[in-house]
Design a protein around this ligand. Structure first.
Ligand code: 5RP
Length: 223
């Protein structure tokens, strides 16, 4: 099975987590696009969505799904999003699509975070995928020097501006053995908006699409 079909399987499985009459948080990326398409088929069950990017907003609205301001919604019951890498401990690297800050905000504001991905995203140790760091433009060089001191190799994502008007540094060559500690440390660098490690607030469940269907890893299974 190709990776896009695996992504679709995982995305469609996330529909089972929806609560009738709720507002669902929606992430960004090709896996989430399958989730949005599946959501459109059951849109009568939900009151609307909170979106993590302009791209997801456009797709949701294209399907006639109301998009609401997070500030008007209180705590969300469910957030569904993809990942660039995930461990069996439900720690993630996200931000390949550059939407990491809004994604992290919605994840923090949600009771349950269901991560959807194809099975190639499962890794033992995070860091083969370059870690995205969103940076205020005037701090770009300073933050890059700080990242070099921490053993990373930052590369500016050329021609890319986030929905918040900032830049992304993709940090190569990090072997991330303590994701929560690194997440905290990088967020202390002045000029960093946030980084793509999701460890302080990990996923609650990981749905992995594969040749044999969808495998679920949740906090209690730990496999
Ligand atoms: C966007 C993200 C995405 O969830 C991540 O890049 C995975 O994308 P895809 O579903 O296209 O593989 O974090 O900022």
């Amino acid at each position: 099975m190709d990776s896009d079909s695996k992504k679709r399987l995982a995305a469609e499985a996330a529909i089972d987590y929806l609560e009738v009459g709720s507002i669902v948080g929606v992430g960004t990326g090709s896996t989430v696009n399958h989730f949005i398409d599946a959501l459109a088929r059951v849109k009568g069950k939900i009151d609307g969505a909170v979106s993590s990017s302009e791209a997801s907003t456009a797709r949701l609205k294209g399907h006639g799904i109301p998009v609401l301001d997070l500030n008007a919604c209180g705590e969300l019951g469910l957030y569904v999003d993809g990942a660039d890498e995930a461990t069996r401990h439900l720690h993630l690297i996200k931000g390949g699509g550059g939407a990491l800050t809004r994604e992290k905000i919605i994840a923090a504001a949600s009771r349950k975070f269901v991560c959807i991905a194809d099975d190639s995203k499962l890794v033992d140790v995070l860091g083969a995928f370059p870690l995205p760091v969103e940076v205020i433009p005037m701090a770009r060089s300073y933050v890059a020097r700080e990242l070099l001191q921490r053993g990373g190799q930052p590369v500016l994502r050329e021609g890319f501006v986030t929905d918040n008007g900032n830049l992304i540094l993709d940090v190569h060559h990090l072997e991330i053995l303590e994701p929560a500690a690194l997440e905290r440390d990088l967020n202390q660098i002045v000029g960093v908006v946030t980084n793509g490690l999701f460890a302080a607030r990990p996923a609650d469940a990981l749905l992995l699409g594969g040749d044999d269907g969808v495998r679920t890893i949740d906090g209690s299974s730990g496999v």
